[in-house]
Design a protein around this ligand. Structure first.
Ligand SMILES: [Zn+2]
Ligand SMILES: [Zn+2]
Length: 360
């Protein structure tokens, strides 16, 4: 079903960030991205970023990623070639490449659950096929897996809509059922936590609480809309949330780290009848304390983003109702990808949220 990615039909002709296993990836010469199926497009990558998930791949947490794979599942670019089956795109169009590809016709895609696509899509870019951290990328199912960039919207504003914002919105705010006047807690104020904080505000909660061990991330959380911040090194989050909510707990708790401890904390912080939305990517098991929570009528959700909300988010950005540009903290030319990875993976010191790499 899946194509093997790099098709060695041409001589080496472009550069890309290639995964080599054992924590290593490098900016290598690779064969050109080319059309394979009629529904493919080839897109010149104008702007691309690195996701926390890429760091999970480097740590060996994502076994579907083979050595030799070009990484990356987020980009904004310009269409340079289209297959004979592509109807909605033309060469020269500026497009956002979604982290999720959609065949458009399987039972999941027909219910807008694109993340679970069983027709060869889902999260395939930079995972099962070559990704976007390259000069050019082959985009399968191009009509259903890209979004036209509205005039006047910059690559920088668009790039976080490839993955980060839809994930925070769908898997965080929507799965967490945030409603007007709710109290929301977001455990983890990295980029995903910030996206959950930003998009929760679309539902007018009374207050948003951010919890993180890094003060720099708590400062960012305030900037992106958190009303209250808690550093567990100085303040017990369970006691602080109990104080804040009259002993009840929050309406919605979002887990945005991907560790057992932060998931278990999110479950502890929610009120009876409340929602726990897990957003984090977990590499190991966590304990569900059913002995405590069976009586509390909790709803716990998990999710890979489907990106059904991307058109909504594109409209909000184009209408200046959502300002995503401040998420981009570091900028590099494409050929400094290795440095960008280094600085992104040391976010504690560098303060990196999203790093943007651009090709001129
Ligand atoms: Zn991602
Ligand atoms: Zn599908």
């Amino acid at each position: 079903m899946f194509h093997s990615g790099t098709h060695k039909v041409k001589e080496t002709a472009m550069k890309a960030m290639v995964y080599h296993g054992d924590g290593k990836a490098s900016w290598d010469d690779v064969p050109d991205a080319v059309l394979v199926d009629p529904t493919d497009a080839v897109v010149r990558v104008d702007a691309v970023t690195i996701c926390g998930t890429d760091l999970h791949i480097l740590r060996g947490h994502v076994p579907t990623v083979d050595r030799g794979r070009i990484l990356g599942h987020e980009a904004v670019g310009t269409v340079t070639a289209i297959g004979s089956g592509v109807r909605q795109l033309a060469v020269g169009d500026r497009v956002l490449i979604s982290c999720i590809s959609s065949c458009g016709s399987c039972r999941y895609c027909r219910r807008t659950s694109y993340g679970q696509c069983s027709g060869g899509g889902g999260w395939i870019l930079g995972n099962r096929i070559d990704g976007t951290q390259a000069e050019f990328v082959r985009v399968p199912f191009a009509d259903n897996s890209t979004h036209r960039v509205p005039d006047g919207v910059s690559d920088e504003n668009m790039i976080t809509l490839a993955d980060l914002l839809p994930t925070g919105y769908e898997v965080g705010a929507i799965n967490g059922r945030v409603r007007p006047a709710d109290t929301v807690v977001v455990v983890g104020a990295g980029p995903i936590g910030l996206a959950a904080i930003m998009t929760s505000q679309l539902f007018s909660p009374s207050r948003i609480v951010a919890i993180d061990l890094a003060d720099s991330r708590l400062d960012a959380a305030r900037k992106f809309g958190a009303d209250i911040v808690i550093n567990p090194d100085r303040l017990d989050p369970v006691a602080a949330i109990a104080d804040l909510t009259g002993g009840l707990g929050v309406d919605a708790a979002m887990e945005a780290v991907g560790t057992a401890a932060t998931f278990e904390l999110a479950v502890q912080l929610v009120r009876p009848g409340g929602h726990v939305a897990n957003i984090g990517v977990h590499g190991g098991p966590a304990t569900l304390h059913l002995e405590d929570i069976w009586i509390r009528n909790l709803t716990i959700t998990t999710g890979l983003v489907d990106t059904y909300s991307t058109p909504t988010l594109v409209d909000l950005v184009a209408a200046h109702r959502l300002d995503t540009s401040a998420l981009v903290t570091h900028r590099y030319p494409l050929d400094e990808f290795e440095r960008a990875y280094h600085e992104f993976s040391n976010a504690g010191e560098t303060g990196a949220l999203k790093v943007l790499l651009t090709q001129n």
